[in-house]
Write a protein that binds this ligand. Sequence first.
Ligand code: NAG
Ligand code: NAG
Ligand code: NAG
Ligand code: NAG
Length: 575
Amino acid sequence: MPFMMMRINFKIILLILIVAVISSILTSWNNCGNHFFFRSSDWKTRFQHKQTSLQDRLANEPGYQEIDCYINGGYSIGCRKEGDEVYVPFSFIHKYFEIYGKLAIYDGLERFEWLHSYSKIVSPKGKYDSRGVFMTFENYNVEVRERVKCVSGNDGVPISTQWESQGYYYPTQIAQFGLSHYSKNLTEPEPHRKLIEDSDRVKQDWSVPQGCVVIRIYDKRVGSYVLKYATPETSTSGISLKMDHVLDFVLKLDLCIRDNSSIAIELQSREKKDTYYLHYTTGNLVLSTVNNHIYYGIGLMNNRWKRLTRDLVVDLQKGLNLNDKNKKKLSRSKLKVVKMVLYGSGMIDNVTLSTSEHMEQFYDAARWFVANQNITSGGWPNPVRRKVASGMATLEPGWYSSMGQGHAISVLSRAYYHSGDERYLQAAVRGLRPFRVSSSKGGVTATFLDKYVWYEEYPTTPSSFILNGFIYSLLGLYDLKSIATGKDGDEAAILFDQGMTSLKNMIMLYDTGSGTTYDLRHFTLKTAPNLARWDYHSTHVNQLLLLNTIDNDPIFTTTADRWIGYMNGKKAAHN
Ligand SMILES: *[C@@H]1O[C@H](CO)[C@@H](O)[C@H](O)[C@H]1NC(C)=O
Ligand SMILES: *[C@@H]1O[C@H](CO)[C@@H](O)[C@H](O)[C@H]1NC(C)=O
Ligand SMILES: *[C@@H]1O[C@H](CO)[C@@H](O)[C@H](O)[C@H]1NC(C)=O
Ligand SMILES: *[C@@H]1O[C@H](CO)[C@@H](O)[C@H](O)[C@H]1NC(C)=O
């Protein structure tokens, strides 16, 4: 969450000073006992002076002097002196101390608001529940992030460009996508849903050009009437349905179409009358954009039914961004769906447009984890090269992350709880395997000083001991321990308890007295500490507060309280 620092230039400071001088003069005028602005010793003379020539004084005497401020014997900046007080420009203080501030109106008056940290603490609403919202992920919107290339048409999960520009499946990000949709399902109001066509309750009058056919048949496999269609290979118009649909942009449909067939959605901007075309075509293309035509491959159907859930606005925005990173953000309120077109041949059913389809998107993520796990190792590989810090060996594609594993287990535990489908539970249990293997041998577990086990977000050599990724992995273990029964939960419980013991014994190593470190590289690499920026620091605090709801060891609250203090400028006392 980038925090916008309002730039305070000298003119504004000057203006504030002048306003302050005027208001103080006016106040002193009527309220001689309350001379808050001037020191009492010189007040009388100034007051008298003011009475005679207020205008002149304001014009000739700004009330301060320009003065050089010499910084640590190195360089100078321009400051101001007023009486014995020196004023340093806030723009300098901002950079020097990384303090944030902005002018704001409060109770009708302008004031300057100073913030030590740009990040916020979100206290847990109640005891953490493995069947419930994950952390505060209901606020996440993973797919709109810039480092997400698009949501794959084939799998319905995000494709990351964080560490490799052509895009790859990043298990941690896919899990966050799933967990955010699961959490939104529990916190958002009921979506609005409109059934467009199901060949049963709602049948539309499709426009069928010469040579094309549409029939409604009963498909025994799915136990439902479906719309079957065919267009000649040469058809450019396709079979179309005019629409005039606003606000709800999440398309869901069941489809079983032949190779080289596609389904297109036409979107129009309400004011500018730009028209955009989203094509969902069979095949393995990820994303391609030609002018206003955007193509997503949805894989090969192989004569099987598939459910497609697409956020049309996200698809459109990602398509437009593909060739132009600075493409302006489209607003949902300014778009409408004007047409749906069928090309090639196949069958469709249950076409709806909704405000959201969070559970469908959650299950797209859960299914991805079932389909893409290495059954032998239980891992979800990260297919990119990654260098965490100089001095640490590069991770070659295929490494496992304790955070990716833990997050995946959090997704799968919830999918098992919600659906009762054992495949999710089995995948989650297999996901524990890399926790049994050392990070130096392809697993995720490191040991601190031969004593405390630690689950590594990045299995680096030497170890990195990243704090937030470790705690996320503990939440995954806790979720499986809570949701699985019998033996399935036992191993997760052991791994969780071991991790909690390590955390309680090691947490203080991250405390700098004014903030926290992100990892322990200062110990393992013997370099400067890697200080956590405020949003990671607040993540640390939020995680401790959350753990405190499932383990009441006072270390979590006392540490969190102190760390919250750091965000308000408190520092540990020095000797
Ligand atoms: C949440 O999911 C249930 C199905 O499990 C669905 O009936 C409900 O409409 C969804 N609510 C939201 C806000 O997504
Ligand atoms: C469409 O939805 C109905 C009702 O949920 C369902 O019975 C049917 O199987 C669905 N059609 C397809 C093709 O999945
Ligand atoms: C799909 O189209 C391509 C090129 O237009 C063609 O080479 C291929 O044979 C077609 N596939 C099928 C199954 O019709
Ligand atoms: C799965 O994991 C095993 C054991 O670590 C490894 O030997 C194998 O190459 C992996 N399979 C794939 C497809 O990566």
